[in-house]
Design a protein around this ligand. Structure first.
Ligand code: PEP
Ligand code: MG
Length: 582
């Protein structure tokens, strides 16, 4: 079969060449367990809860469809049929009986029952009943996933190192790739700043996302090249192409090694301005990796990853232990803990969130203020975890002073309830990632100890581009004059109030943007650990005076294209071609 080249979005740099494994969405691993008599009742309750949850999901999908325009309304009838199936005696009562009669767990009983019903329908031999068999599968799988507590499907972790091809990977599935021998991945949906891409960057896995109709062009076993630096996927490459990409992969690895070797050098411009480079982490295990790459501390610990893909919420004790370990691992460097940013594409299964929330929905501190018990548990864990140090805590998605005061008051309440078990110093920061926060940055600056600019969301909300939606991803640009002005306003507000300001969004590690960030006056940047050596090297090639002049010019320019061209020309002169590999 012939070679096919498909363009997508470069989500995580590097080149991977290997055999494709297409993720089979239907595949769910079924735990099989024998029960004793006293386990029957809780097991039946578990099944009923999963059925209730499935009903709730189908109801909300039905309402969503019904509210759309006419042509889609028919689909709500299909969902209606699925809802009725959840009341079906054969399926529900049949599974309950199997649990008791055979003394087996709910998942095992349910799968047996689904197979049995499908067989009955198939034996009727009519097309209509064949379709009903598919419905049983669909509904049964939904209940099964709810039983298993999976928002996501499981990637089969067996076998040889491979390249994963999927329609989509959730951030949680991406984290599973670390256990699977995965060389790279490519997906049909996703964007550069989606949390899936962020995870790929953190794990150092080359990735391309947003490649239209990819899975249908690939068979399991095909050779595939994933060029995560340029956003290209090559399916069934010929020998010449494989040789060409193998040498590019080698050049990339050599560049990485060279950059890594210089990790002890300071991030100082040619005219002597020094920057602090910090790491963003999602898991405690990345703390060591951050030090290894020469991070001076953690500028963003995305604590929400602790809540994902598990049945129970993390307890105060568990969180306290984890936070304390990260602090101790990094000491004497500082760790900035961001309170959980749950919602949107990071769904807390235990708190009832299963369907993706809109980016404008119940997310981050909005979710925390609505679920105060969960939020306060985390605040206490953070206070206790840092009791022998200074706690650096920051809040995501702050829209204004009123909201900030509410979360600060909850933090105070948590501290009062803990009595002596609190750190001697707590430094409270605010993420600046909403346009509203930019407009009141001067006011926010008076109420906090530091600012951290979250550009992933700032761009999303300023330009009205859903960061998870690949159809508008081409509009997502950090070079937009409004973005530069927003950052400029934030830095000025922080300087005026005499508080530190850093950047922890994806802009901080975009090679081309480094001169602009230096020129805007940022002196602290936080990024995926693996990006630190590259950013350090760029800083060492540029002069802050030139960067300031370029930035002044950029702030006068009307379009992203002009600004990008200006900076590209400068980077070509100063830094050279190496960085086109990144
Ligand atoms: C951001 O929005 O830029 C940010 C750093 O936070 P997150 O990517 O986790 O939303
Ligand atoms: Mg954010």
């Amino acid at each position: 079969m012939r070679t096919v080249r498909r363009r997508g979005i470069a989500a995580s740099p590097g080149i991977a060449i290997g055999t494709a494994r297409v993720v089979d969405r239907q595949k769910i691993k079924i735990p099989k367990m024998r029960l004793s008599a006293e386990d029957i009742e809780p097991e039946v309750n578990r099944l009923m809860t999963a059925i209730d949850e499935s009903r709730r999901q189908l109801e909300s999908a039905k309402t969503a469809i019904f509210n759309t325009r006419e042509p889609h309304r028919d689909h709500s009838l299909i969902l209606e049929a699925h809802l009725l199936m959840l009341e079906d005696e054969l399926l529900v009562k049949g599974t309950v009986s199997l649990i008791g009669d055979e003394l087996i767990n709910a998942e095992w009983a349910l799968v047996q029952k689904i197979d049995e019903i499908k067989q009955i329908l198939a034996d009727l031999g009519d097309d209509y009943f064949k379709e009903r068999a598919q419905d049983v599968d669909f509904v049964g799988n939904r209940v099964l996933r709810n039983l298993l507590g999976h928002v996501t499907e499981i990637i089969d972790a067996q076998g040889e190192p491979c390249i994963i091809i999927a329609e989509n990977l959730s951030p949680v599935e991406t984290t599973q790739l670390i256990e699977t021998p995965v060389l790279g991945f490519a997906t049909e949906v996703g964007t550069r700043t989606s949390h899936t891409a962020i995870m790929a960057q953190a794990l150092g896995i080359p990735a391309v996302v947003g490649v239209e109709r990819l899975a249908e062009r690939i068979k399991a076993g095909d050779t595939v090249i994933v060029d995560g630096s340029h956003g290209e996927v090559i399916i069934r490459p010929d020998d010449e192409t494989i040789d060409d990409y193998s040498s590019q992969a080698t050049a990339y690895e050599e560049l990485e090694k060279r950059l890594y070797a210089s990790r002890e050098e300071p991030a100082v411009t040619t005219d002597g301005v020094e920057l602090s480079l910090l790491a963003n982490i999602e898991f405690p295990g990345e703390a060591v990796m951050a030090i290894d790459y020469g991070a001076e501390g953690i500028g963003l610990y995305r604590t929400e990853f602790l809540y994902l893909d598990r049945r129970e919420l993390p307890t105060e004790e568990e969180q306290c232990r984890i936070y304390n370990t990260v602090i101790k691992t990094l000491a004497p460097r500082t760790v900035v803990f961001r309170t959980f940013d749950l919602g949107a594409d990071k769904l807390p299964t235990q708190a009832g969130g299963r369907n993706a929330e809109s980016a404008l929905g119940l997310r981050a501190i909005r979710f925390g203020l609505k679920n105060r018990t969960i939020f306060k548990t985390q605040l206490k864990a953070l206070l206790r975890g840092a009791r022998d140090a200074t706690l650096h805590i920051m809040f995501p998605m702050i829209s204004g002073v009123g909201e900030l005061r509410q979360v600060k008051s909850l933090l105070n309440q948590a501290a009062q309830e803990l009595g002596d078990e609190v750190p001697s110093e707590v430094r409270v920061g605010c993420m600046i990632e909403l346009p509203s926060a930019i407009f009141v940055a001067d006011m926010l600056a008076k109420e906090v100890d530091f600012f951290s600019i979250g550009t992933n969301d700032l761009i999303q909300y300023s330009l009205a581009i859903d960061r998870g939606n690949d159809s508008v991803a081409y509009l997502y640009t950090p070079f937009h004059p409004s973005v530069l002005r927003a950052i400029d306003t934030t830095i000025k507000a922080a300087n005026h109030a005499n508080i530190p300001v850093s950047m922890c969004g994806g802009m901080a590690s975009e090679p081309l943007l480094v001169p602009l960030l230096v020129g805007l006056g940022l002196r602290t940047l936080s990024m995926a650990p693996g990006s630190i050596p590259m950013v350090r090297s760029i800083i060492r090639h540029i002069s802050s005076e030139e960067a300031e002049a370029l930035t002044r010019q950029s702030l006068e320019m009307a379009t992203a294209t002009e600004i990008e061209r200006l900076i590209s020309d400068y980077m070509d002169q100063k830094v050279g071609l190496d960085f086109q590999l990144l």
